[in-house]
Design a protein around this ligand. Structure first.
Ligand code: COA
Length: 434
């Protein structure tokens, strides 16, 4: 058998050459979030005139999103599975598309021809002594995507952590290799507001010792973790997490000792945080990075005992419908794994799903608790799935409650300055009670 080092050398090319092999009229997947292969993406964008009708498909954009610029039209078109700062305007202006998809179902869609991939552009760690590179901070659907694509182009970034789990690919499976060295995209590390602190305390009041946690995207999950310092034997089974987990692991609060599956392990699909988090995950066998069709499968999530999912949202209406991804008709983010975890935690006999948000938005000028949504608003978590809603003013357990009762409970955790107008809408809809 040929030595893997020779194979590696034979596939080494420049970024320009690597991306020149992307065919016209093809679909290209980018590694997810902080696993975006920015050297390859920059080379594609710099040479955009050589391409015709190339679809660029990915979830959370953490790069510059330059392939969405108006002058790229006809060369590139973005198909967003999750919107972000760099891609929202293009989607709103009709220059890019948005495809609603459950994160855990996308690997299956790559494999069964629903969303076939011509090319995967991925970012990997350096190979180990056996010739295996790690997908590093982004295993989730990046690894299944690379396994399904006809052509795999990888940048090997010596700053990508070598993470453990089902997170490896052998150099023989790569078609072109580009060596690079750059820091990974980072997120978080900012200061917490008083409102976030209060939300964190309210969520923490629902978490018992021995719970297994899922933590969503945004600053609220870290505010929750900050309030869990006195808990015992917490575990993690999560689509993603950021820096807050590191501190609790180092303090001995996160041990996974009471987990019912993968005891002692932190199970996760991707990482999004600062270098501190990436260093923590590097070569750490306690951090088990797995593909998302397993991690986010509600049936798998439900096998965890005391499963608590904690996600953020943008708006809740009187019925308990939750919007976490749009501002009216404009796509703001995506569903990600929100409903996977709401449902997984709900199927778990002692599970809880928490959706948390500040009571107001737009610098306190509007209430996020509203009688009805404006037309076009996305319902991310349905009123039938919803369980706990948390704001800085308290906790509303909506499960099993009638719509009238839900409306009352939600008004009681709305910002006090909006409660009068919310009660007026309540009386108009449900009538005055004695
Ligand atoms: N109307 C108008 N503007 C609103 C609004 C509303 N109802 N709700 C929020 N906003 C504004 C906020 O004021 C804020 O603007 P600012 O930055 O100018 O103050 C902005 O929108 C972002 O809101 P915020 O609540 O701070 O967002 P976040 O970064 O905490 O993210 C979600 C929250 C819900 C968008 C994010 O968690 C998400 O995309 N969730 C869906 C996916 C998911 O839950 N996945 C879970 C597994 S990872």
């Amino acid at each position: 058998m040929q030595d893997w080092r020779e194979i590696y050398q034979s596939k080494l090319v420049s970024a320009e050459e690597a991306v020149s092999h992307i065919p016209n009229n093809s679909r290209v997947l980018f590694g997810h979030a902080c696993g975006e292969p920015t050297t390859l993406v920059d080379a594609m964008v710099a040479n955009y005139k050589q391409y015709e009708n190339v679809e660029i498909c990915h979830w959370v954009p953490m790069g510059k999103g330059e392939y969405c610029k108006p002058e790229m039209a006809g060369h590139f078109r973005h198909n967003a599975l999750f919107a972000g700062g760099a891609t929202r305007a293009a989607i709103a202006e009709g220059r890019a598309d948005f495809s609603p998809t459950f994160f855990h179902q996308t690997p299956r869609m790559f494999r069964d021809g629903t969303l076939p991939l011509d090319v995967a552009l991925i970012s990997l760690s350096r190979p180990n002594e056996h010739g295996f590179c790690s997908f590093g901070v982004s295993v989730c659907a990046t690894k299944p995507g690379a396994e399904a694509a006809k052509l795999v182009i990888a940048e090997i970034n010596d700053q990508m952590p070598y993470t453990m789990g089902d997170s490896f690919i052998h150099v023989s499976k790569l078609d072109y290799i580009v060596e690079t060295s750059h820091p990974l995209p980072e997120l978080g590390g900012g200061r917490m507001t008083e409102v976030e602190e209060a939300i964190g305390r309210n969520c923490a009041s629902l978490i018992e010792d021995g719970s297994t946690l899922q933590l969503g995207i945004g600053s609220i999950p870290d505010a929750v973790l900050k309030n869990l310092g006195d808990k015992k034997d917490l575990g993690i089974h999560s689509e993603m997490f950021s820096d807050g987990v590191v501190e609790l692991y180092e303090k001995g609060v996160i041990t996974g000792a009471q987990k019912s599956i993968h005891k002692g392990k932190i199970v996760v699909g991707f990482l999004m945080g600062t270098k501190r988090l990436y260093d923590f995950a590097d070569n750490n066998p306690d951090v088990m990075m797995l593909p998302i069709d397993y991690v986010n499968d509600p049936v798998v999530i439900a096998q965890n005992s005391k499963m608590v999912s904690i996600n953020s949202c943008l708006q809740v209406d009187f019925c308990g419908q939750v919007n976490s991804e749009s501002m009216g008709i404009a796509q703001f983010s995506g569903i990600g794994g929100q409903l996977d975890y709401v449902r997984g935690a709900t199927m778990c006999p002692d599970g809880k799903s928490i959706l948390a948000m500040p009571s107001t938005a737009k610098k306190g000028t509007i209430s996020r608790i509203v009688p009805v949504f404006e037309p076009g608003t996305t319902v991310t978590t349905t009123r039938t799935d919803v369980h706990y809603i948390v704001t800085e003013y308290g906790v509303a357990n909506l499960r099993g409650k009638c719509v009238r009762e839900r409306a009352k409970m939600l008004i009681n955790i709305a910002h006090p300055k909006f409660r009068d107008e919310l009660w007026a809408a309540y009386y108009e809809r449900f009538g005055k009670e004695d």
